[in-house]
Design a protein. Structure first.
Length: 276
């Protein structure tokens, strides 16, 4: 497992993206710029949690680690101010098995957030608006769209409003179909190619300055080294488990082959046995 230098990371890399959002000098400004690009409005009173971990309800149930969870902003619904949660996930999991379960992963993230949104006895109207936002360098659905906005709806009455506060937004960095602002399209390209040459507008130039600040921070460099060591350990443990599984399967296959040969030998003896 080869470690890339911190200077080589793009914003599609979880580590740099999380570092940008939680860094004391860049976090709030970077967060606001991203959300403004996505939703075309200003945001305020945001609380940012990088790689927020939601444990399972008990040890037998799976939890989730959300890359960036942003809380505090409110959406106005029929006169009520409803708090919102924005889970932002740079996603490079382009393996076939990951793509196949993409919708269910999104469903799980929504469910995990919802399960922590209400206190005992609280009204369902207090449930937060939840936006799970994936920024992908691959197309999880295969329609070459730059933007997929996914909501629940009624199949029999497609025009019927069904506002359950759940929305999944998928941005494909290379998508050619669909209409988004030129600024957002430039940002998606910059997410993959994070350097001075691709900082082609004022917002991206500001973000590039923030990236430079974060990459030069000694504390961030130390955190990156520690995260790599942790990932390396997990990788080696995974390789070791894989080797053990392979050895176990080979042993089973050898035993099965040996048993087949024994049965073939017994069958041959039976066939060669003289009849009375």
């Amino acid at each position: 497992m080869q470690r890339r230098k911190l200077e080589e990371l793009s914003l599609m890399d979880d580590f740099l993206f999380n570092a940008m959002l939680t860094h004391p000098e860049t976090g709030e400004k970077f967060t606001n710029k991203i959300l403004k690009l996505l939703f075309n409005r200003e945001f305020k009173n945001l609380k940012i949690s990088a790689q927020k971990v939601y444990a399972g309800m008990n040890t037998d149930l799976r939890g989730a680690r959300l890359d960036v969870c942003i809380e505090g902003d409110c959406v106005s619904l029929e006169g009520d101010e409803i708090p919102s949660v924005y889970d932002v996930e740079p996603d490079q999991n382009n393996k076939a098995k990951d793509i196949a379960v993409f919708p269910r992963r999104s469903r799980f993230y929504h469910a995990i957030i919802d399960s922590r949104s209400l206190k005992s006895g609280e009204d369902f109207g207090k449930l937060k608006q939840v936006y799970v936002i994936f920024i992908c360098n691959y197309d999880p659905f295969g329609y070459d769209r730059v933007l997929y906005t996914i909501k629940n709806r009624c199949l029999e009455e497609p025009e019927m409003e069904y506002d359950d506060g759940v929305e999944t937004i998928v941005l494909y960095t290379k998508g050619t179909k669909g209409t988004i602002s030129e600024e957002l399209r430039q940002f998606l390209n910059y997410m993959e190619n994070t350097d001075q040459n691709n900082a082609v507008n004022e917002d991206l130039k500001d973000i590039q300055k923030m990236v430079d600040v974060v990459k030069r921070d000694g504390e961030v460099s130390l955190q990156y080294m520690k995260s790599f060591e942790h990932d390396q350990l997990m990788y080696e443990e995974g390789r070791l488990a894989e080797i053990k599984n392979t050895e176990r399967e080979k042993k089973r296959a050898d035993m099965a082959q040996s048993r087949i040969k024994e049965l073939e030998a017994e069958l041959k003896k039976y066939r060669e046995k003289p009849t009375a």
